[in-house]
Design a binder for this molecule. Structure first.
Ligand code: UDX
Length: 427
């Protein structure tokens, strides 16, 4: 089994590392964040991910996974280097290529000269990045290498599951020898595989994300419209999804999409389009629309409560969605800020994301349980799709809230179980 190195141990890198370790590879995981490496060595996952800690424990005890802050710890027999570092946006929305370029420089220093290793780009990069930035850095090393683009489509929170059982694998490469070795690496996966060139593989990831984000944005817009036009979004969709061209997934309206991928990647794609002389108006509108979608929840709250000053409002779910502790671009941040601006006393609760939320908004009071968050509240907004929230019924709200006004910002509560609650939802 080829030895592999993973550069960057966020959700993508870690899931990739553990997936390959489970398949029998010897994996070295490199991350410049020493605190993160320390946690990994103690078998603690630095991010909340379903099943990650168990798998981490297994890989460490079998000695299949070596986390290290030092890239020179990678084996001279390494055949694949996976670039899994983040690709954040610059202030103008364009992709900041510094982290990926820096990681590539580090890899270039340790490329084993006699292995012709393959550098695999898993980070989400705008089309052209591998050819224009990564390959020139590797070429400057003077050592032989192959290069591939192999984007990751995993969902945060379910990163491991999606890595172990992907719905498809996209492989971009320029040389047949690289393709052959990648095919062998992934031969145990039976899902559909698409082989293409480097730029197209980069674009497959961006276009997938852009489509899904647009789909959510479309659902939100239709839900907002249906509500004003006096029709039920659910009833409308029952008829719409009978069309076999319309897949019902990702059409759940709510307070808008967040996370490290959709908002960031859309911005990067728009900026790349602008740079190439085409400012994509639809995607620009999706971004703008999403920045205001959380206001629908505030509108519903105000319709029920009148004004908000002095009222205690609970936000259930601080992460950008359920099953994760990631608060990046979480709509809870926008909701808390706008509620505070309107004079409300905000109290938040999340099963796992409170610590990360507090770092960004230290002035929001955080509760230790749903019941504590709801105690004395006059309004509640459900912001993330946690199972614990899905199970809430009218009694949970009625027993502790001062005024039982509940706005379901993710459509996870059962309206049939809300008798006695002043229950509203988007759509
Ligand atoms: C996404 C893509 O799904 C994944 O393929 C890609 O690799 C990374 O980006 P992720 O950011 O983890 O994954 O979250 P996802 O589950 O896709 O949800 C994104 C946001 O959209 C969340 O805020 C979620 O609450 C929201 N959403 C999703 C909706 O509002 N409605 C939906 O129907 C689906």
């Amino acid at each position: 089994m080829p030895e592999v190195a993973i550069i960057g141990l966020g959700p993508v890198g870690l899931a990739t590392a553990l997936g390959l370790a489970q398949n029998g590879h010897q994996v070295t995981g490199v991350d410049v964040d020493k605190a993160r490496i320390g946690k990994l060595l103690r078998a603690e996952s630095p991010v909340y991910e379903v099943g990650m800690e168990e798998e981490l424990n297994r890989a460490l005890s079998r000695k299949r996974f070596l986390p290290t802050p030092d890239i020179t710890d990678t084996s001279p027999k390494t055949e694949f280097f996976f670039l899994c570092v983040g690709t954040p946006s610059r202030a103008d929305g364009s992709m900041d290529d510094y982290p990926i370029a820096k990681a590539t420089e580090e890899v270039a220093k340790v490329l084993p000269p006699d292995q012709r290793p393959i550098v695999v780009v898993k980070s989400t990069v705008v089309p052209g990045t591998t050819e224009l930035i990564i390959i020139p850095i590797l070429e400057a090393s003077g050592k032989p290498f192959g290069v591939a683009v192999n984007p990751e489509f995993l969902r945060e929170g379910h990163a491991l599951e999606d890595t172990l059982r992907p719905d498809r694998i996209a492989m971009g490469f320029a040389e047949e020898e690289t393709g052959r070795r990648l095919r062998t690496l992934y031969e145990s996966h039976t899902c559909p595989k698409v082989e293409t060139n480097l730029r197209t593989a980069e674009a497959i990831k961006h276009v997938s994300n852009a489509f899904l984000a647009t789909k959510v944005g479309f659902a939100n817009e239709m839900a907002n419209l249906c509500q004003r036009l006096g029709v039920s979004y659910d009833e409308v969709m029952k008829g719409v999804i009978l069309d076999d061209r319309i897949n019902p997934k990702f059409l759940v309206p709510g307070v808008g999409f967040g996370g490290s991928c959709f908002p960031n990647d859309l911005q990067a794609l728009v900026a790349a389009g602008r740079g190439a002389g085409y400012a994509p108006p639809l995607l620009e509108a999706v971004i703008r629309h999403n920045e205001r979608q959380h206001l629908e929840a505030l509108r519903l709250l105000e319709e029920e409560l009148g004004s908000l000053p002095g009222r205690r409002i609970a936000i259930l779910g601080l992460a950008f969605k359920g099953d994760t502790d990631d608060v990046r671009e979480s709509r809870a941040l926008l909701l808390a800020r706008d509620l505070q601006d309107r004079g409300a006393n905000v109290v938040g609760f999340d099963p796992v994301a409170s610590r990360k939320f507090r770092q960004l908004m230290p002035d929001v009071h955080l509760a230790g349980s749903v019941a504590e968050a709801l105690a004395g509240a006059e309004g509640c907004i459900v912001q993330a799709e946690w199972q614990e929230f899905q199970e809430l019924g009218a009694e949970d709200f009625l027993k502790s809230m001062r005024t039982p006004v509940v706005v379901d910002g993710r459509r996870i509560l059962d309206p049939e179980r809300m008798e006695g609650v002043r229950f509203r939802r988007i759509g």
